[in-house]
Write a protein that binds this ligand. Structure first.
Ligand code: GAL
Ligand code: ZN
Length: 654
């Protein structure tokens, strides 16, 4: 059974409300509550004085009703006394100064002083609640980011990390190419974390940035491991995880989740869909990405429960069907637990206009009724959590690519995530499951591997892809592949795509980063597509031309190629195309590979399939604000805006 959970903050409400809230949640179908996130000041009101009585009481309110509890460690924000009495616990910003307190997340997760206090509250909680089987899981902290703190502890940790990695300053200067702009260090203390607040990351040495991000990501992972180890001592069997979001400064999620029990994500798809068809978005990508953290089903620890209003002007309200649609979309991509955010909108604080399920008036409302229907519907599919997604297609993701492409933008319209999303959307728009996996993973079991924008060469990848293609697999490579080595410096003396040249069967003698400019390409078979962002002007060596440019001085030059390689093939996509181009390309590849697909799905409809011993469940999700009609599986399907139809082996439409 898919587990239904709810984020609840008892400390925000009078005690008299708790029982009524628990009864209403129970009646709605909620079986698990998430508690204690951000509650440090109530759990340790003064240094070393702990108060668990209120949380004991809250836990009892729910467990008496047969409900389970997910506890969060409250360490996302220290209490005010901590920052005041121990300012070394504060995070420092890019201006090289401690951040002001009063919001949240100001703590430095690297600071040994913060670790001491965070470790203590986590341990006190874990010891206090050890042995209670109703506490089924722990969430570590909240929405951890790549640590970009510049406090003295972080500076010295960064220098120590570099020393460990490079041994000598000579080696570091060489690796980063510091002769440029007189950037050579003669003392480790000269190395500063990012300290120019107004400076764009593009101004920094990209090799420095790459290591700075890798270091920050390693600190995030280290912090997760630190808390996990404490929790595990007291909770040998509970699920231990943390709730990922996709912040500006991304950690290395695969590393972060490697030592946790399940991947978990806070799922807030946009309430307002982009009107501009060019403003591409696909929430399905995020979900496939999270499933790839551990290559298995995952949890949603915060699922959209109402329109936004935190920190931003209000979004418009969630139209009928949207909450259900997005929740089922998460299930369709592998979520086994959906914990909604939050039971009721807060009456105070910065989030008071961020909407939970109930509004401030506390009356039953449209959102509550919608979720009641959803939970009843899920109850009719009790064995869904026994099913998983199997994919024959993989998109490769690399934290290094993320870091490198974010910190040194390639053109005004070249974005790593958009590139990956375009492939992902084309797959689910053809009803083909797709995994998003780390670039170092084994490719066994896949028939098609999509490798977009692999700018920093993962040293084993070219060899692995060649072996994969030689055995009959299809590889797709794109522009900006093979540009840099692991140090973040450009490969010298070889034409692009360097290590992928043999596999791609073409070289890139010239490129045109056209940014927002528009170009056109025509496929050899006849169709034309708009492209933008980037144009590699390809020179085939062993490859055949799949499409050529039709404009500007390079009209007639190859834009997309296909190279037969062993029993398989490698495509090289030199330009960033409109969605239709990816659809055509993947249709061709799926046909070649014998992967079944549907071509009748209208734009915005995505299809994924979960399978298990009892059969399969196919989810048709209309991720648009308009009704759609299309033939599928021998019937004419009609879906209202955001509606999800679930088709099962038993031929039951739900
Ligand atoms: C999440 C966060 C929650 C809450 C929510 C508001 O990112 O984890 O604590 O702030 O956003 O939508
Ligand atoms: Zn710090």
């Amino acid at each position: 059974m898919i587990t239904i959970g709810m984020a609840y903050y008892p400390e925000h409400w009078p005690r008299e409300l708790w029982d009524e809230d628990a009864d209403r949640m129970r009646a709605l179908g909620v079986r698990t509550v998430r508690l204690a996130e951000f509650a440090w000041s109530r759990l340790e009101p003064r240094e070393g004085q702990f108060d668990f009585a209120w949380l004991d009481d809250a836990i009892d309110v729910f467990t008496r009703r047969g409900m389970h509890v997910i506890l969060s460690t409250p360490t996302n924000n220290g209490p005010m006394w901590l920052y005041h009495d121990h300012p070394e616990t504060l995070q420092w910003g890019r201006d090289g100064r401690p951040t002001d307190t009063g919001i949240r997340g100001h703590r430095c997760i690297v600071s040994p002083v913060f670790r001491k206090y965070a470790g203590r509250i986590v341990e006190e909680m874990a010891r206090h609640y050890a042995g209670r089987p109703e506490i089924v899981a722990w969430q570590i902290d909240n929405e951890l980011e790549n640590s970009h703190c510049t406090c003295p502890a972080c500076r010295s940790a960064f220098r120590g990390w570099l020393r460990e990695k490079y041994g000598t300053l000579e080696a570091l200067n060489r690796a980063w190419g510091n002769a440029v702009w007189s950037g050579e260090y003669s003392d480790w203390d000269q190395i500063q974390p990012l300290l120019a607040p107004d400076c764009m990351p593009d101004w920094h040495n990209p090799s420095f940035m790459l290591d700075f991000e890798r270091f920050g990501a390693s600190r995030t992972t280290d912090y997760v491991t630190f808390q996990r180890d404490i929790l595990r001592r007291y909770f040998p069997d509970a699920v231990i995880t943390t709730n990922a979001c996709f912040p500006v400064h991304m950690p290395d999620f695969h590393q972060e989740f490697a030592g946790l029990d399940v991947a978990a994500y806070d799922n807030y798809p946009p309430v307002e869909l982009p009107e501009d068809p060019d403003k591409f978005y696909s929430n399905g990508f995020a979900l496939d990405f999270v499933r790839g953290f551990q290559r298995k089903n995952f949890w949603i620890l915060e699922q959209l429960g109402g329109p936004g209003g935190c920190w931003n002007p209000f979004s418009s309200t969630t139209p009928p069907g949207m909450l259900t649609g997005y929740a089922l979309q998460a299930v369709a991509h592998g979520a086994d637990l959906l914990c909604f955010f939050r039971w009721r909108s807060c009456c105070s604080g910065a989030e008071s206009m961020g909407h939970g399920i109930l509004d401030h008036d506390n009356r039953d409302n449209r959102r509550l009724r919608e979720l009641a229907d959803l939970f009843q519907r899920l109850e009719k599919l009790p064995e869904l959590d026994q099913t998983t997604l199997t994919s024959q297609v993989a998109i490769l993701y690399g934290a290094d690519q993320e870091f490198a492409l974010k910190n040194q933008r390639q053109s005004k319209k070249y974005d790593y995530w958009t590139q990956l999303q375009l492939f992902q959307e084309a797959c689910t728009g053809l009803s083909v499951n797709v995994d998003v996996i780390q670039e170092t993973e084994d490719l066994e079991g896949y028939r098609v591997v999509l490798v977009s924008s692999h700018i920093v060469i993962e040293p084993t990848l070219a060899g692995r892809l060649e072996a994969f293609a030689a055995k009959g697999g299809t590889v797709v490579l794109t522009s900006r592949s093979g540009v840099k080595d692991k140090t973040g410096c450009c490969v010298f003396g070889e034409p692009l795509p360097t290590v992928f040249r043999r596999l791609a069967g073409c070289i890139v003698p010239e490129y045109d980063p056209i940014g927002k400019g528009i170009q056109h390409i025509r496929a050899v078979r006849g169709e034309s597509y708009q492209v933008s962002g980037w144009c590699d002007l390809l020179e085939p060596e062993t490859a055949d031309v799949w499409a050529r440019y039709t404009d500007r001085f390079y009209a007639g030059t190859a834009a997309v190629t296909r190279n037969a390689f062993g029993d398989g093939a490698a495509y090289y996509v030199g330009a960033v195309g409109e969605r239709a181009m990816y659809r055509t390309l993947l249709t061709e590849i799926f046909r070649e590979q014998g992967i079944p697909y549907l071509t009748t799905l209208p734009r915005g409809v995505e299809v994924t399939t979960r399978e298990g011993p009892g059969g399969w469940y196919r989810f048709y999700f209309n991720n648009t604000a308009s009704g759609v009609h299309f033939p599928a599986e021998g019937e004419l399907l009609s879906l209202r805006p955001f509606e999800v139809a679930i088709r099962t082996t038993q031929e039951v439409w739900v």
